[in-house]
Design a protein around this ligand. Structure first.
Ligand SMILES: Cc1cc2nc3c(=O)[nH]c(=O)nc-3n(C[C@H](O)[C@H](O)[C@H](O)COP(=O)(O)OP(=O)(O)OC[C@H]3O[C@@H](n4cnc5c(N)ncnc54)[C@H](O)[C@@H]3O)c2cc1C
Length: 457
């Protein structure tokens, strides 16, 4: 077997997380050689694909499932992606400028929305309250056949939508454009990672063996499997939660419309999104249901699945607690029924009508080939389902698990990991260049972009 040269960093996984790290290391550090392994023939074939996720840049302004603290964190992380898109001239290729809102239906939700507005406008001064008169003009479908009162909190002219595959490709291109030794190994599945006595790592793939001084595994649910094989992360288990979508036959809304979250439910309430892949037709979802798979629309490897579940009494306790709650139990069962052909649409439409009351069953279709698997992490020690990202770090070895809003946070996670790798390898990180290009918006901004668009029109 051939053993290749020693790389500074090896990245496992070519989704948006892996490619964001490749870009950050290549452009802002003095590391000389980076290798990325992707088992499929292109980047972003799983959750980072626009067919798998909701294409949202989560800023925290319209996501009512975020607390103020979480929103603050997400705002900072998302600004890096927004700045990248604008500073590197990727508006209309990777990121799209649209309007968005959080919709409250009924008096109780309206009161909650008003309170949220008062609190969150400190963080997002651009937010506006939109009443029915405004919405009737702006998004008339929200009011058609509506009996209950509504109010929305929204924003106009923001980067709301991101094609995370196009973004991943852009990251790779920018890395290849540097003078570093960048190797992209497509169709190459990593099967084993070992730490050697000299402190370096041996990475075995289905064809060859490589060596690296540091390794970052950004392989979705598989990150935990690699960690556990190497003796780390036994405190975690994965609960794979599938998410599906429904399309309307024609475009009904221009904006992203999120709904108020039931605080008891662990996953975000469904929303309506103009879809990049379907000429901006309205896409509803995602649903949330447990599925015995680690990759949607790909063959199941039973051994990997069982390892990821990591079932023991602590994991069973988390499942039991989820099922014990009547609201969550009903929500889980409803989401399972929504996957059943024909019947599923009948059940899903009740939720979708919260957004568009005039919607008929014949107006929507199950989005075949769309949807992904969220690798939700269970913290066994604290017997808790974690709702954000999780990281296991050991010297020059990092494993990331990135459920939503992992794509939004990709550049922020990449920054943390790059700093950590630089510390371990005694490499230099160009803080100033990163601040200028990623943490700051250059003169070309969305506002200018909108002005230019309007001047042209
Ligand atoms: C239904 C749904 C909706 C979502 N909506 C949003 C949203 O609107 N906004 C948002 O920010 N986030 C959203 N997310 C989350 C987001 O999609 C993920 O956080 C993000 O895509 C994770 O990126 P990743 O690179 O870690 O994982 P992935 O994109 O899954 O990439 C992992 C890569 O690793 C590769 N790989 C795995 N094992 C190996 C191996 N052994 N060797 C080589 N390669 C390997 C895979 O082929 C894959 O390409 C959503 C997720 C779901 C499921």
């Amino acid at each position: 077997m051939l053993i290749n040269k020693l790389f500074d960093t090896a990245i496992v996984g070519g989704g948006v997380a892996g490619t964001a790290l490749l870009f950050t290391l290549a452009r802002y550090t003095d590391l000389k050689s980076i290798i990325l392994f992707e088992k499929y023939d292109e980047v972003a074939q799983l959750n980072s694909n626009p067919k798998a996720n909701s294409q949202t840049l989560h800023v925290g302004d319209i996501e009512s499932n975020y607390t103020y603290e979480k929103a603050e964190k997400v705002k900072k992380a998302s600004s890096m992606v927004a700045n990248y898109i604008q500073n590197f001239d990727e508006v209309d290729r990777c990121g799209f400028v649209k309007d968005k809102m959080l919709l409250a239906v009924g008096e109780k939700e309206i009161e909650e929305l008003k309170e949220r507005y008062e609190e969150f406008k400190r963080l997002y001064p651009y937010l506006e309250l939109w009443d029915e008169a405004f919405l009737r003009e702006f998004e008339p479908k929200l009011l058609e056949d509506r009996e209950e009162p509504i109010l929305a909190m929204g924003a106009r002219g923001q980067i709301t939508t991101v094609d995370y595959k196009a973004l991943s490709e852009s990251f790779v291109q920018k890395a290849l454009d540097t003078d570093k030794n960048i190797q992209m190994r497509y169709n190459e599945e990593v099967t084993k990672i070992e730490r050697k006595e000299d402190g370096n790592y041996m990475i075995t793939t289905d064809t060859t063996t490589f060596r690296a001084k540091s390794v970052v595994v950004n392989a979705g649910a598989y990150s935990l499997l690699f960690a556990q094989e190497m003796g780390f992360g036994s405190q975690y288990a994965i609960l794979p939660i599938g998410g599906s979508f429904f399309f309307t036959k024609e475009k009904l809304l221009n904006s992203k419309v999120y709904t108020m979250q039931n605080p008891k439910l662990p996953f975000a309430a469904i929303h309506a999104d103009p879809d990049i892949t379907q000429n901006w037709n309205t896409r509803f979802g995602p649903t949330a249901f447990a599925l015995p798979k680690l990759e949607r629309y790909h063959a199941l490897h039973l051994k990997d699945f069982i390892s990821a579940l990591n079932i023991d009494k602590d994991v069973i306790k988390v499942y039991f607690d989820l099922f014990r709650d009547k609201t969550i139990r009903r929500y889980i069962l409803k989401n399972v029924v929504e996957e059943i052909p024909v019947v599923g649409k009948e059940v899903f439409i009740r939720d979708a009508r919260k957004l568009i009351p005039s919607l008929c069953v014949s107006d929507i279709r199950f989005a075949d080939g769309y949807g992904g698997m969220r690798p939700q992490v269970i913290d066994k020690k604290n017997r808790k389902l974690l709702l954000g990202e999780a990281k296991i770090e050991e010297g020059g070895l990092i494993f990331n698990m990135t459920p939503s809003p992992g794509a939004t946070s990709s550049l922020s996670i990449a920054l943390t990991d790059s700093l950590s790798i630089c510390k371990t390898l005694r490499a230099t990180f160009d803080v100033l260049k990163h601040e200028n290009e990623i943490q700051t918006l250059k003169s070309f901004s969305v506002k200018n972009f909108i002005k230019e668009e309007r001047n042209l029109a």
